[in-house]
Design a protein around this ligand. Structure first.
Ligand code: FCA
Length: 323
């Protein structure tokens, strides 16, 4: 009797384990501490819960960690991954590693490129419409410049630049072009190249630019994300360029922007173009899962839009976007 029970249990266990083995999808991001990426992860987790897979979240601050993370996913028998790489030029190496391990790979936010800087065609991508969203930043700045009665000629324009990342360049060029099209003198546009895409790097870049261009007493600022715009605002504050003389609009709309909007006194961080971490997190994770398990190929490129959000309308807009 006892012996029979033992045999049945022994038989049952492997089957039970097999049935319970969850499908794993990786979600690898370049800057895990950034609120935007935290939000993407949160919505990817939601997708995992809804669709019934396990999400494996890994921060990949550099190339070495990126390739190690892909090997790690393969060792865990994951079926695929979504990735926002620390350097888009890692594209070929990432594609090769994924293929070697038979992992489906899709990029999010930053489109991977080959050695010649061309997007890698067989890696599906979801990103923002960078140039269009940049133009929305420019339009938002122009409207507020007008509301404040500033003359375009007297305003310095700080473009916190991260041009090695194509979407970064598109975003800030869109903003600069919108300002120029409205009559902003090209000579007023000052580039402040940042070494990384975080607040500290933007702060350092902005400080140098402000020092070199002290003739401007009023400024507008923008960059590829909220952290870039915020770094410019903080650098301005340190030099006496306060909310009445600074107008910055970021891109993102995550906690970095919300923290500014909920301060009792408005800062120079006037607004942000809210983009959708929900779409970027939920949809990409779902696409990779369905690609690997149902053979459903994701669209080659999906570009998402944004909407200008300020201190005034933030609650309504976030609600409308399902956030
Ligand atoms: C890039 C930026 C992030 C975020 C994302 C949508 O990856 O570095 O801050 O803006 O695009």
């Amino acid at each position: 009797m006892q012996r029979r029970a033992f045999t049945l249990a022994a038989l049952a266990t492997p089957f039970a384990l097999q049935a319970a083995e969850p499908v794993k999808v990786g979600f690898l991001v370049k800057q895990a501490e950034e609120p935007w990426f935290q939000d993407e992860w949160k919505f990817a987790e939601q997708a995992a819960k809804d669709k019934g897979f396990t999400l494996v979240k890994i921060g990949i601050p550099n190339g070495e960690k990126t390739l190690a993370a892909i090997d790690n996913l393969a060792a865990q028998k994951a079926v695929g991954l979504v990735i926002c790489a620390p350097d888009v030029k890692l594209g070929v190496a990432i594609n090769r590693a994924a293929k070697r391990h038979k992992l489906k790979v899709m990029s999010v936010d930053d489109q991977l490129v080959d050695g010649a800087g061309k997007p890698i065609a067989d890696i599906p991508h979801m990103g923002i419409s960078g140039y269009e969203i940049g133009k929305q930043v420019g339009a938002g700045l122009l409207a507020e410049i007008k509301a404040r009665g500033w003359k375009l000629e007297e305003v310095g324009v700080l473009r916190v630049a991260y041009d090695q990342l194509p979407t970064g360049r598109e975003r800030t060029m869109g903003a600069a072009d919108a300002l120029k099209a409205a009559g902003m003198p090209a000579a007023n546009i000052i580039d402040a190249p940042q070494a990384k895409t975080d607040t500290e790097s933007a702060f350092n870049a902005a400080n140098i630019a402000f020092t070199k261009n002290a003739k401007f007493k009023k400024w507008v600022a923008f960059g590829l994300n909220d952290e870039a715009a915020l770094g410019a605002v903080r650098a301005g504050e340190g030099r006496g360029i306060k909310a009445d003389a600074m107008l910055a609009i970021g891109i993102g709309g995550s906690q970095t922007a919300l923290n500014e909007f909920t301060k009792p006194t408005p800062t120079g961080f006037f607004g942000t173009v809210l983009i959708s971490p929900k779409r970027h997190g939920y949809e990409t994770a779902t696409m990779v899962f369905e690609w690997a398990t149902q053979g459903k190929q994701p669209p080659a490129v999906t570009l998402t839009s944004g909407v200008l959000m300020t201190r005034q309308n933030q609650a309504d807009i976030r609600k409308q976007m399902g956030l």
